[in-house]
Design a protein around this ligand. Structure first.
Ligand code: ADP
Ligand code: MG
Length: 702
C-alpha cells in the first residue's frame, strides 16, 4: 500500500527520536511513518467561530474567545499553587487557570494584553473558567505554514504524550513533516475504475485534506474516501474468506424434498407458515443444494417462529440421508427445544434425542451408539454435543441457537464431526442492525424473519414510576385472578453477586407481603442457585403451580410459558435496550393479551428515558436494535466486544450505513465479475489479498 520509505520506523522522523518514538508506539500504536498518516484527527475546530463569554455553557466542547487579561495572581501553597487570571470581553468575564508551567505563564502572559483563549469551559463557583487554555496573540498572525486553515484538526493525545511534548499540535507538525517529505511515495490502493465510479478522491488528496482541510467541502470528500477505503477492505477480506471457503469445502447435497418434509408440512404442521418463514426456508433449501457448505445466520425476533424453520431444515437433511443436530446455550433451553420439536412432530416421522450435561451415563452410552449407527435423526442438546466422544454416522446440518454464546472454536469443532463439514445454520433472537450484521457476519449469509405469525396480539408496554406501585399490584392481582402468570425480573448489579442477591431478597420480601400465601405461590430463580433447584422452580412455574416467577436475568434466554402474560421489570432503567426487549419476549406467547411493565425511579438519565420510551413505543426488534446502536455505539452491542472488526479508524457504523452498503456492493460485484481477481484493473487488490493470506498462514505456523 505504501512504498519503501513510509515503512521506515517513526524514530527516524525529524523531530521524533528514540524517546518520543517509544511514546508514540506505546500510547498510539504508531511504529511506522505510514501509521502516523493514518492517525486521523478525531475532530476539527472551526477557527473562524468566536464565542462571547456570556454565550458559554457547560455542554460546549472547545471554544475560542477574544478577551483581555485584566488581572493575574498566584494562589495556593507549594502543592496547590496555581495562577488565576481574569479574562474579560464586552459581555462579561471569566477565569483562566494554570496549575503547571507557572514560571512560563508568569513571564509570558501579560496583564492588559488581548488574547484569543482556547479551551473547554467549565462552570465553577458561579462563573466559567478554562484550565490550561491555549493562548494566541490577538489579532492572529496567519503564517505561511498554517495557510488559510479554518478547520483546526484535533488529534487524540494522552496525558503521557502531552508530558512528552506530543500534544495535538505537535502531532500535527509531525504529520506535516511526513507529508512534505514523502508525498510522492503515497500510493493509491483502490483501483481507478472504482474511484471513478463512486466519485472518490485519490489517496494523496484524501490524506492531505483529512489532516489539513482547505475547506469543509474538501474535508467531507477526504472523509468519504477514507471511510469507503476502510470499509471496502474489510468487506474485501470477509467476502474473500467466504469465497475461499466456498472453493475449498464441498457441502453435503440436500437434493430432494422428501417424504418427511412434505408429510410434516402438509399433514402435521398445525399452522400456515408466515411468508417470512417460507422465504427463509427457501433460502436454506437453495443453499443446501449447491454443493457448497452453507453458513447462514437467521435473525428473527422472539416469537417469530425460528423453531419451525429449524425443524423444516433438519427434516430436509433427514430426507436426504443425513442426521441433524441443534445446539442450545443452556440446559433449560435445550430441553425446551426438545419439547417443542417433539410437540411439532407429534412423535412422528423421525427419531429425536436429547443430550445434555445431565444425561445419565447409561443413557449416554446408548445414545452414542444410536448416533453412530444412524438410528437417531435429530439430536438436540447443549455443549455436550461438541465432545469428541459424540460421533455421528453422517451429520449434514447443525443448527446453533443464540449464536453469541458460541465461540468460533466451538463452531470449528463441529466442522470436524464429518468428512464434509455440515451445513451451519445460526439462529439468533437478538436482532442486529444491518450495518453490524454486514460487518460482524459479513462472511455469513443472513436471512431475516421480519414477520410475526398472524393472530398474535402485540404486547402492551407501560412505564410506571415507583409511586404508581399500588396500581401495579392491583393489576397483577386481577390478572392472576383470571388465571394468568407473572414474571418479575430484577437487574444484575455486576459488581457484586452478593448485592444482587440482597436486592432480590428485599424484593421478594416485599412481594410476599403484597401477594400473601396461600393465595399466591411464588417461584424464585437466580444465578447462584444450583441447576437442579433452578430446574425445579422453573418447572413449578411452567406447570402453573406457581403464579409468580421472581428472577434475575437468568430467564432472559429460554423459558416458554404461554400462560405467562405479564412481565414486570424492576429498575428497568438499569437494563440495556436489547435486554429489555429480550425479556419482554418472554410474554405474548399465548392467546391472551400480554403486558410488559417497566418500573423505574423518578430520576432517569436522558438515555435511560430514551430506552424506556422506545420500549413503550415499539415492539419491533430491528427498530430497537438500530436505536440501541445509536445510543451505545457499536462497541457495546452484545456479541461485538471481542471483534477486532469494529476497531475502525474513521468509519462509524452508526452513521456510515450508505458508504458501507456501497463498499459491500462494490466488493460483491467485483467478485462476481472477477472471482480470482485476475483482471489487470484488479491487480492492486489481488496483491493486497495475497499478502494478507501469506501473513495469516505464516502467523498460524508460529
Ligand atoms: P422463536 O423465533 O422465538 O424461536 P418459536 O419458534 O418458539 O419462536 O415460535 C413461537 C410460537 O409461535 C411457537 O408456539 C410456535 O409454534 C408458534 N408459531 C411459529 N410459527 C407460526 C406460524 N407461522 N403461525 C402460527 N404460530 C406459529
Ligand atoms: Mg427460539
Amino acid at each position: 500500500m505504501f512504498a519503501n520509505n513510509l515503512i521506515t520506523s517513526i524514530e527516524y522522523l525529524k523531530g521524533v527520536g528514540p524517546k518520543k518514538a517509544v511514546l508514540l508506539q506505546k500510547e498510539l500504536g504508531i511504529f511506522y511513518l505510514h501509521q502516523l498518516l493514518n492517525h486521523y484527527p478525531f475532530r476539527y475546530i472551526d477557527k473562524t467561530r468566536f464565542y462571547k463569554i456570556r454565550e458559554l455553557s457547560e455542554e460546549m466542547p472547545l471554544v475560542q474567545i477574544i478577551g483581555k487579561i485584566t488581572s493575574k495572581e498566584t494562589l495556593g501553597d507549594k502543592f496547590k499553587k496555581r495562577i488565576v487570571a481574569k479574562f474579560t470581553d464586552d459581555s462579561g468575564s471569566m477565569e483562566l487557570v494554570w496549575f503547571q508551567s507557572l514560571k512560563w505563564v508568569d513571564e509570558n502572559i501579560k496583564v492588559g494584553s488581548t488574547y484569543i483563549a482556547f479551551g473547554k469551559p467549565t462552570f465553577f463557583n458561579n462563573g466559567f473558567s478554562i484550565a490550561h487554555p491555549e493562548l494566541e496573540n490577538y489579532p492572529r498572525v496567519e503564517n505561511a505554514a498554517s495557510g488559510n486553515i479554518t478547520l483546526q484538526p484535533v488529534y487524540h493525545s494522552t496525558e503521557k504524550l502531552k508530558k512528552g511534548f506530543l500534544d495535538s499540535k505537535a502531532i500535527q507538525k509531525l504529520i506535516a513533516t511526513v507529508l512534505n517529505a514523502h508525498f510522492n511515495e503515497i500510493q493509491e490502493n483502490i483501483p481507478a475504475y472504482i474511484l471513478e465510479k463512486y466519485h472518490l478522491i485519490s489517496k494523496k488528496d484524501a490524506l492531505i485534506h483529512i489532516h489539513f482541510p482547505s475547506s469543509v467541502n474538501a474535508l467531507q470528500h477526504a472523509e468519504r474516501r477514507l471511510k469507503f477505503e476502510e470499509l471496502f477492505f474489510i468487506q474485501l477480506q470477509l467476502l474473500n474468506t467466504k469465497q475461499i471457503r466456498n472453493l475449498k469445502f464441498k457441502g453435503s447435497m440436500f437434493e430432494k424434498v422428501g417424504d418427511k418434509v412434505s408429510t410434516f408440512y402438509n399433514e402435521i404442521l398445525p399452522f400456515e407458515l408466515t411468508n417470512a418463514q417460507k422465504r427463509v426456508i427457501k433460502e436454506i433449501r437453495i443453499d443446501t443444494n449447491k454443493g457448497v457448505q452453507m453458513n447462514r445466520l437467521v435473525q428473527g425476533d422472539v416469537g417469530s417462529g425460528k423453531t419451525a424453520v429449524a425443524l423444516m431444515s433438519m427434516l430436509l437433511a433427514n430426507d436426504n440421508g443425513f442426521q441433524a443436530c441443534m445446539m442450545a446455550p443452556t440446559e433449560i433451553l435445550a430441553q425446551q427445544h426438545f419439547a417443542s420439536i417433539n410437540e411439532l412432530l407429534k412423535g412422528k416421522l423421525v427419531n429425536v434425542a436429547l443430550l445434555t450435561g445431565s444425561t445419565t451415563k447409561k443413557t449416554r452410552t446408548t445414545l452414542h451408539q444410536q448416533l453412530e449407527n444412524g438410528e437417531i435423526d435429530i439430536l438436540i442438546g447443549t455443549h455436550a454435543l461438541i465432545e469428541d466422544k459424540v460421533v455421528f454416522k453422517n451429520l449434514g446440518l447443525v443448527v446453533i441457537d443464540e449464536q453469541h454464546r458460541f465461540g468460533v472454536e466451538q463452531r470449528a469443532k463441529l466442522w470436524r464431526k464429518n468428512n464434509i463439514p455440515p451445513h451451519i445454520l445460526v439462529m439468533t433472537a437478538t436482532p442486529i442492525p444491518r450495518t453490524l450484521a454486514m460487518t460482524l457476519y459479513g462472511d455469513l449469509d443472513v436471512s431475516v424473519i421480519d414477520e410475526m405469525p398472524v393472530g398474535r396480539k402485540p404486547i402492551e408496554t407501560k412505564h410506571l414510576f415507583e409511586n404508581q406501585r399500588l396500581q401495579l399490584i392491583g393489576f397483577m392481582r386481577s390478572e392472576i385472578a383470571k388465571g394468568r402468570q407473572v414474571y418479575i425480573v430484577y437487574p444484575l448489579i455486576k459488581e457484586s453477586e452478593k448485592l444482587d442477591l440482597l436486592n432480590l431478597e428485599t424484593g421478594i420480601e416485599q412481594i410476599r407481603h403484597d401477594f400473601p400465601l396461600p393465595e399466591f405461590q411464588i417461584s424464585i430463580v437466580h444465578g447462584q442457585m444450583p441447576a437442579k433447584d433452578k430446574q425445579f422452580e422453573m418447572q413449578q412455574f411452567v406447570e402453573g403451580k406457581t403464579q409468580i416467577m421472581v428472577a434475575t436475568t437468568v430467564i432472559e434466554v429460554g423459558v416458554n410459558v404461554p400462560n405467562a402474560s405479564i412481565m414486570v421489570i424492576e429498575n428497568a432503567e438499569r437494563f440495556g435496550l436489547s435486554q429489555l426487549h429480550q425479556l419482554r419476549g418472554r410474554v405474548g406467547r399465548g392467546a391472551e393479551q400480554s403486558y410488559c411493565i417497566l418500573m423505574s425511579g423518578s430520576k432517569l438519565s436522558p438515555t435511560g428515558k430514551t430506552r424506556l420510551n422506545t420500549m413503550v413505543k415499539t415492539n419491533n426488534g430491528f427498530e430497537i436494535s438500530e436505536i440501541d446502536l445509536q445510543l451505545r455505539g457499536p462497541g457495546d452491542i452484545s456479541g461485538t466486544q471481542q471483534s477486532g472488526i469494529l476497531d475502525l479508524k474513521i468509519a462509524d457504523l452508526t452513521k456510515d450505513q450508505n458508504i458501507l452498503q456501497e463498499a459491500r456492493k462494490t466488493v460483491i460485484e467485483l467478485f462476481e465479475e472477477d472471482p480470482k481477481l485476475e483482471a489487470d484493473k484488479n491487480n492492486l487488490l489481488k496483491i493486497y489479498l495475497d499478502k494478507r493470506n501469506q501473513g495469516i498462514s505464516l502467523g498460524k505456523i508460529s
